[in-house]
Write a protein that binds this ligand. Structure first.
Ligand SMILES: [Zn+2]
Length: 70
């Protein structure tokens, strides 16, 4: 039998979406402190290898979660 404990300490991790300023490839990775929209970061583009990417959005990854446990 399965005994599944529901965790209440689950962390929701935001995702940062980046666009390469060279080839416009979109990429996403976990949010890092200091990220904000339209910030230029020295991240390597997976496609062309350029190290100039622009943060185009920060999204919160919604996981299957109940609204509130009361
Ligand atoms: Zn690129």
């Amino acid at each position: 039998m399965f005994s599944y404990k529901s965790r209440s300490d689950r962390i929701i991790e935001p995702l940062t979406h980046l666009t390469c300023s060279n080839c416009n490839t979109e990429n996403s990775r976990p949010f890092k402190e200091g990220d904000y929209v339209f910030k230029e970061v020295d991240e390597k583009c997976p496609k062309c290898g350029s190290v100039k990417m622009l943060i185009t959005g920060i999204y919160i990854e919604m996981r299957q979660e109940k609204e509130r446990q009361e």
